[in-house]
Design a protein. Structure first.
Length: 138
């Protein structure tokens, strides 16, 4: 988790530097790195959660203490249910917001490239040609 966080910080810092220099749109290496690093936050969150949960109950896992003895007498089952429903609603709202913003961005389309950028016009498509037959010697 910490390693992925550091890696994401590094990718962001390089991106800010390239943006400041006006070269972020033409840096293929950084663009590919940004695409490949896209799932890093999700992976970091899941790894952090797993680390916290594995470290939370090692005595129960290794049989020193039973799970029934490890429950909290302070928090009741309905309180846990309300907490889980609350988290579920927050994640549902965030997911719906993400889908809304993604749809809106896709409908609007990308921004126009800045003046003087080498990406002002899209490249012409390559012509489609028929493949030549291969002669096999018999």
């Amino acid at each position: 988790m910490v390693g992925l966080g550091t890696l994401m910080l590094l990718v962001m810092a390089v991106g800010v530097f390239l943006w400041w220099r006006g070269k972020i749109e033409i840096s293929r290496r950084w663009l590919w790195t940004a695409v490949i690093a896209t799932p890093a936050p999700l992976l970091a969150v899941q790894l952090g959660w797993a680390t916290a949960e594995i470290g939370r109950q090692p005595w129960i896992v290794y049989g020193v203490m039973r799970t029934a003895d490890g429950i909290s007498p302070i928090v009741s089952a309905p309180e846990i249910l309300v907490s889980l429903i609350g988290f579920g609603l927050v994640y549902l709202a965030l997911g719906l917001l993400w889908l809304f913003l993604l749809r809106r961005t896709l409908i609007i389309g990308p921004d126009q490239p800045p003046e003087g950028s080498p990406i002002e016009e899209p490249p012409e498509p390559m012509p489609v040609t028929q493949p030549k037959p291969v002669e096999v010697a018999s």
